[in-house]
Write a protein that binds this ligand. Structure first.
Ligand code: PMP
Length: 393
């Protein structure tokens, strides 16, 4: 018997076995077995993709555009991405050599890591952050090196913190602003400090800017626009969040030609191209969808204001997130770990949130609450949270 189980174990790659399963999944699975749950758990818009975008995609199907596209993506889309990045964020990219359309930002992160990492190369990851980075670095043979941010600095990272984590093996820095799960943003002046350090230490920078359009207090600044940065930045973005297109699985990456060519090589072998009909919808999104984005942004801003105020009223300290659609209140004063808090809240009051520790260093003691849900749901969630907190005072 024992030899059978040994064989079964060895069927799987050691690298994959060492990666922990996503911490978010467990809560979704539990919540899905329960009724009357208000979910602040999922990280996706509560909107349906704007109709004109869906229509453009349907029209592409009607016209028979059902084949593979160019590996790097439909050229009209790459041009639209390039124009959009120039207009909105003042970064200029050549659609032929510096733009790649991917299957979600997720694919862009994965192939970006695989394109640059050699075994043992270190990637500094600013945490708490999106759950995929650590695992994708590990699966690419690299070593994740977390750097912790905290509420004392509004979950921003400083150059000194990163400097302390740099070793001779450091190859890249991974940042995500506006941030999932903290909603934290960084100003141009603050990013300049990081760019100076990246230039000094010859670091590549992965900048996941998928929430750039969801910045509520100030204009988003892309680190790629700062001096010396375009040639060392792998800028990741996509359509999921701003355009409410999570199910379309469409993202993009902008990078220097040598890195982009290496990513394209992996993309060609693993995916060929992103879905063609989705790409035609995305052209419409970029060319005619910015008003829809603005409406959604305004609505998220209102909800952000409401949840931050409500958390203060019910006694959960919460910094005001400048972007994305997450609030990250501290639950430390309750005496529960974030996992205990999230589990009890779900079982006792049927509100689903994500415990902060799943987002890495600095996440313990917090919960992530997505406010991309209706005001009615948010109000009911706050009533339930208030009742829950009163019980354990
Ligand atoms: N980056 C961040 C920071 C995210 O929050 C997410 C989705 N939750 C992604 C990337 C993945 O996006 P996509 O749907 O484009 O793969």
């Amino acid at each position: 018997m024992s030899s059978i189980s040994i064989n079964q174990t060895s069927r799987l790659s050691q690298r994959v076995q060492e990666i922990p399963p996503s911490g978010i999944r467990r809560f979704f699975d539990l919540a899905s077995t329960m009724e009357n749950v208000i979910s602040l758990g999922v990280g996706e818009p509560d909107y349906v993709t704007p109709w004109k975008v869906r229509e453009a995609s349907i029209s592409s199907l009607e016209r028979g555009f059902t084949s593979y596209s160019a590996n790097a993506g439909v050229i009209e889309l790459r041009k639209a991405i390039s124009d959009y990045m120039q207009d909105r964020f003042s970064v200029s990219y050549d659609p032929e050599t510096e733009v790649l359309v991917t299957v979600g930002a997720s694919e862009a992160i994965d192939i970006g890591m695989r394109a640059i990492l050699n075994p043992g190369d270190e990637v500094i990851i600013v945490e708490p952050t999106f759950v995929s980075y650590r695992s994708l670095v590990s699966m690419a043979g690299g070593v994740p090196v977390p750097v912790r941010t905290g509420v004392e600095n509004q979950f921003k990272v400083t150059a000194e913190q990163i400097k302390e984590a740099i070793t001779p093996r450091t190859k890249a820095l991974m940042i995500c602003f506006p941030n999932n799960p903290t909603g934290s943003t960084m100003t141009k002046e603050e990013l300049k400090e990081l760019s100076a350090l990246a230039n000094e230490h010859n670091l590549l920078v992965f900048s996941d800017e998928i929430y750039a359009e969801l910045s509520y207090d100030e204009e988003h600044c892309s680190i790629a626009e700062l001096d010396g940065m375009k040639d060392r930045t792998i800028l990741i973005s996509g359509f999921s969040k701003a355009f409410a297109m999570t199910g379309w699985r469409l993202g993009f990456v902008l990078a220097p030609p040598d890195i982009l060519a290496a990513m394209l090589k992996i993309h060609q072998y693993t995916l060929m191209c992103a879905p063609t009909m989705a790409q035609y919808g995305a052209i419409e999104a970029l060319e005619n969808g910015m008003e829809d984005v603005e409406q959604m942004r305004n609505s998220y801003r209102q909800r952000r204001n409401y949840v931050v105020k409500s958390f203060a009223e019910i006694g959960l300290p919460c910094h005001s997130p400048g972007g994305a659609f997450y609030a990250f209140p501290s639950v430390g004063s309750t005496g529960f770990t974030s996992e205990e808090f999230a589990e009890r809240l779900l079982l006792e009051e049927r509100v689903a949130v994500v415990p902060g520790h799943v987002f890495g260093e600095g996440g313990e003691g917090y919960i992530r609450c997505s406010y991309a849900t209706s005001m009615d749901h948010l109000k009911e969630a706050m009533t339930r949270l208030d009742r829950f907190l009163t019980k354990y005072k």
